[in-house]
Design a binder for this molecule. Sequence first.
Ligand code: ZN
Length: 133
Amino acid sequence: MNRRITALTPQFVDSVPMPEAMQPGALYISIKYDSASHRCACGCGLEVVTPLSRSGWTLHYDGTVSLTPSIGNQEIRCRSHYWIRNNQIQWLPQFTYEQVQAVRRGHRMPPTARAQTAGGGIRGFLRRLIGKE
Ligand SMILES: [Zn+2]
């Protein structure tokens, strides 16, 4: 049984530390690189990197750190799922396979969708509009 971590200590850093330098129980926050990273709270040792952006995670800092949305290590065996709230780890039920699929569908827009609809420019648009394509 791995030893679960119950709290993370925020550390503001200039650059994201190398994985082997990351201590369990620390949350490394880099404003410069818009990312937070920590070792999975279940104790499995996985490095969890959470990009801070509108499409990624939101960091809330009031002396303690909260991250939204929850951390879900769906990609790997441990399947941990937890909130980081006021430095505390709050465990959530593990993802089921179906939930993982749903999150994947909902979370990520295919990056190609926009490029495809933008094809043809204004002429293509006009041509399509008057039905000559
Ligand atoms: Zn884990």
